[in-house]
Design a protein around this ligand. Structure first.
Ligand code: SF4
Length: 429
């Protein structure tokens, strides 16, 4: 295992060994952006997500989140019926009625998201206007925002990007002359707390996280804001933050030991923290992570893996599995490739990796059948047919439901891939 340093990363970026990309277009098989509500509603603890959609949307949310509901959930679907399609006035009245019901029942709610879906797109229901109207009605009590998670516009993780982008206009201004670090992308609280501790020990701060845990804790943004990306699927939010004056600290994503270290180093460089200080602060966590990874590496080294395009986490996770776990990358496919947001990651992939952007699902499945990798990372809908053909799979949705970022989660991340292999080996005996 090699630990990248930011100077060698810059050298890789300057040379021309970046992998080439095959582009594919065709039928896609992915979840829509509504899936993001499952992790966003757990993160922003006083927000409610009101999906304006159909029974299909309600069923998707139930099946995606159903097993994780222990208390009354903070999301619901206002179902558009055929009757509503006849008149827009009916639709708006119905939406106001459902919002009133939700807010009366849940006095703890401080932020209400109206979430657009395919049906609300199709009938051109103006949710921005509805959010404005409801904001006036409930001013001083609840902030009402809107975004679209329609399957016509978004895939799986793009719902988070659309949600976070809707927050940018309401973030307060960072006063001139002040600076701060903004970590962008949802992280589980336990991981956020680990990063907070590391930044504090490095003397980097103030540090804010977007999304915040509460609607009352919006981080400030301005020309003194340096953004570190925790997730690769927040490009639209980043562009909205640029317009507010923020700048990006380029780094690999904090997945695995070397990704996390390079990510922290990017912030340390910007804050003028010495390499020695970074080394001494991170050494105990790196030692723990190495120990944990060693066990998983025994199951993963030399095994072949293919990624179908789904979560946009494919490239950083492939980098981790290849460099720190010794896996062989057969194909790494991603739904979209933002070269700016992936530059530091692409520089760390093997230059001859088969990298695909976009999806033509039938062609991709044909390649998987031909390659017969030891494990294929894919969406829920494709996993069962592949398993039926004797191929081991890993659901990509688990990568956003499980804490995987940071040093202390490196072994857990590797274990997500080791487990199906070990199980497969037992079944063969
Ligand atoms: S938003 Fe569209 S794709 Fe998503 S569940 Fe609703 S109808 Fe289906």
């Amino acid at each position: 295992m090699s630990i990248v340093d930011t100077s060698s990363l810059r050298a890789r970026l300057d040379d021309h060994t970046m992998p080439s990309v095959n582009r594919e277009q065709g039928q896609r098989q992915v979840f829509c952006g509504l899936a993001g509500i499952v992790w966003l509603h757990r993160k922003i603890q006083d927000a409610f997500f009101l999906i304006v959609g159909s029974r299909t949307c309600a069923h998707l949310m139930q099946s995606a989140a159903g097993v994780m509901i222990f208390a009354e959930p903070r999301f619901a679907t206002a179902i558009l019926q055929e009757r509503d399609l006849a008149g827009m006035a009916d639709c708006n009245q119905e939406l106001d009625r459902v919002a009133a019901e939700v807010l009366e029942r849940r006095p703890d709610i401080k932020m209400l998201f109206l979430v657009g879906s395919c049906p609300s797109e199709v009938i051109k229901l103006d949710l921005a206007k509805a959010a404005e109207r409801l904001s006036e009605t409930y001013q001083d009590r609840v902030r009402v925002l809107d975004y679209s998670a329609s399957g016509l516009e978004t895939t799986f993780t793009q719902g988070e990007d659309a949600c976070l982008k809707s927050l940018v206009p309401v973030m307060p201004e960072l006063p001139d002359g002040e600076r701060s670090l903004l970590v962008l992308g949802t992280l589980p609280d336990v991981v956020e707390d680990q990063f907070k501790r590391l930044f504090a020990e490095l003397g980097i701060g103030p540090v804010h996280f977007l999304p915040p845990r509460h609607a009352t804790e919006f981080p400030p943004v301005g020309s003194g804001t340096s953004v570190l990306l925790a997730q690769p699927f927040v490009g639209e939010t980043l562009r909205a933050l640029y317009k507010r004056g923020a700048t990006l600290l380029s780094a690999p994503y904090p997945l695995g030991i070397e990704g996390t270290l390079a990510w922290l180093r990017a912030a340390a460089d910007a804050w003028g923290v010495s390499a020695d200080q970074v080394e001494s602060v991170t050494a105990p966590a790196i030692a723990r992570a190495k120990l944990g990874l060693e066990r998983q590496r025994a199951s993963l080294a030399g095994k072949r893996i293919s990624f179908l395009p789904d979560s946009q986490l494919e490239i950083p996770i492939a980098r981790f599995l290849a460099r720190e776990c010794g896996m062989e990358l057969v194909e790494v496919a991603t739904p979209f490739l933002d070269r700016q947001l992936m530059a530091s990651e692409l520089a760390l992939l093997p230059p001859d990796v088969r990298l695909t952007e976009g999806q033509d699902v039938e062609h991709q499945l044909d390649r998987v059948r031909q390659d017969r990798p030891d494990i294929t990372v894919c969406g829920l809908g494709l996993a069962n047919p592949l398993e039926a053909e004797g191929l081991r799979t890993k659901w990509s949705i688990e990568l956003v439901f499980t804490p995987i970022h940071g040093f202390d989660q490196a072994a857990d991340l590797a274990e997500l891939f080791a487990r199906p292999l070990v199980r497969g080996a037992l079944l063969k005996v």
